[in-house]
Design a protein around this ligand. Structure first.
Ligand code: XBP
Ligand code: MG
Length: 256
């Protein structure tokens, strides 16, 4: 059955830019230091913790796994309240870091988004990260007016169940009034792919160092990045595409 391409839905962290190792991880450690916690998430440990999506959920998992004797300071009524407070501080550090030293977007992201806008293909964001964190990346690395580029920016706690649950993608589809077969998703991780696939949306995966060994059997294709005219992508799995970079022509062909 032929479906018309109407929207591109992008994950944020790892897909738009390599934000995890040098962005989120650094901000978590800054927040720990500020809270006088001697917790330090090195690059390897952070890779392990990335199995849990969502910053608050990640801190909780770390405490349960590595700091099981930890009790929140007395002025917090619960561990959840303490974690929420710590995560707010992390968000402050993260957004500041992106403003001070913008993280460059991955190849092809801005080009493809611009092409989509010029051809009335809608853009949307579906991320597990908190809203201010997603916005900080978009405004600092894509365009100061980037919020207006997107039909919907779905982030963080807006849905009850984060990725790998499909909720965030179902939410985006509902808000845009589109069917799964009218959209294509761009993801970088197995959890993200599980979420988009369960929502029934065809997904192109662009891997990064943290995700390159994950299982992407359900992806339409797996690439090292979206590519540029002078910087072709490498096709790492799934369908073979006949181009050197992902553009609307290729995406229209994928729909058929
Ligand atoms: C990635 C995540 C996020 C970030 C941290 O989201 O799991 O939790 O690591 O951001 P995605 P927060 O790949 O879906 O964009 O601390 O704001 O949760
Ligand atoms: Mg991601």
């Amino acid at each position: 059955m032929k479906s018309q391409l109407k929207a591109l839905i992008f994950d944020v962290d790892g897909t738009l830019a390599e934000t995890e190792r040098d962005g989120h991880r650094v901000a978590f450690n800054q927040a720990f230091l500020y809270a006088q916690l001697n917790w330090d998430w090195d690059v390897d440990l952070y890779g392990e913790l990335l199995e849990v999506a969502g910053g608050k959920e990640r801190i909780k998992c770390y405490i349960e796994t590595y700091q099981s004797n930890f009790h929140q300071p007395n002025h917090f009524a619960s561990l959840e309240q303490f974690i929420a407070h710590l995560h707010q501080s992390k968000t402050k550090y993260y957004t500041q870091l992106l403003a001070d030293q913008p993280i460059v977007l991955r190849p092809g992201i801005k080009r493809l988004m611009t092409e989509a806008r010029n051809h009335q293909i809608k853009l949307a964001i579906a991320t597990t990260a908190a809203y201010p964190n997603a916005i900080a990346l978009l405004e600092n690395s894509l365009d100061p007016e980037a919020i207006s580029w997107f039909e919907i920016i779905a982030a963080g706690d807006i849905v009850k169940h984060k990725k790998p649950a499909p909720d965030i993608y179902l939410y985006v589809l509902e808000k845009m009034g589109l069917l799964p077969e009218e959209c294509i998703v761009f993801e970088d991780s197995q959890q993200g792919l599980m979420a988009s696939t369960q929502a029934g949306i065809k997904t192109i995966v662009t891997v990064n160092d943290y995700t390159k060994n994950q299982n992407f059997a359900e992806a339409y294709c797996v690439l090292n990045h979206l590519g540029e005219d002078d910087q072709p992508y490498v096709n790492l799995g799934g369908q073979k595409l006949e181009n050197t970079y992902i553009n609307l022509d290729i995406l229209h062909q994928i729909m058929h």
